[in-house]
Unconditional design. Structure first.
Length: 206
């Protein structure tokens, strides 16, 4: 109760909580709806893989997450060229292509080329016309044995996280990584200037 000559409090508690609180009461039903949609999609694209197209393995960006291996947007043109797959043909047989991505390391390049070759070895290409079979198309016997693949195509294999221990040699102790990197950067930076100087000197000598 109010004491002395003060204003009577005018607190109201009709906050209309329905407009501020979001509920999600249909979780169990949504789970069933998503499952049914996956089945419909798989039936619609059969006998193609239910999970969609083949994607490359890439490292997550930034120093914090680059130890994680995940699926990328698409294969580079260099990876497709090494695997002897035409980019237009790749799109027609369920291989994602990303012309903007570039290869930064030989290890990831070899990993994705091996992934493409593995996929290509298991690929069954249906002929466009049943009467006209083109080179590379599957035979009737192969088509009869085809089953739809469920789940991710060529899933990510868990990496071996065991630490390897090696004996430190005198050669390893004597190696100066910092100086080696500085020299390599300097050689790359000065390559064009030194080539121009060598060409000018060769012209003067002539």
């Amino acid at each position: 109760m109010v004491k002395h000559n003060n204003v009577v409090p005018n607190a109201h508690y009709h906050k209309k909580w329905q407009t501020r609180v979001k509920t999600w009461l249909g979780q169990a039903v949504q789970k069933k709806i998503r499952r049914d949609k996956r089945k419909e999609k798989a039936a619609a694209i059969a006998p193609r893989p239910a999970a969609g197209s083949l994607r490359p393995l890439v490292r997550a960006p930034t120093q914090r997450y680059n130890s994680k291996l995940r699926l990328g947007r698409g294969f580079t043109l260099e990876e497709l060229k090494e695997a002897k797959i035409n980019p237009k043909f790749a799109l027609s047989v369920g291989i994602c292509v990303d012309h903007r991505r570039t290869n930064k390391s030989q290890e990831s390049f070899d990993l994705n080329v091996a992934r493409l070759n593995d996929y290509k070895s298991r690929l069954v290409v249906f002929p466009r016309k049943s009467r006209k079979v083109v080179k590379g198309d599957a035979t009737k016997e192969e088509i009869a044995q085809v089953t739809q693949l469920k789940g991710v195509i060529c899933p990510i294999q868990k990496e071996n996280d065991e630490t390897e221990y090696v004996e430190l040699t005198d050669e390893m102790k004597a190696f100066n990584a910092h100086a080696t990197l500085r020299n390599a950067r300097n050689e790359k930076r000065m390559a064009g200037i030194r080539k121009k100087m060598a060409d000018d000197k060769a012209k003067k000598d002539e």
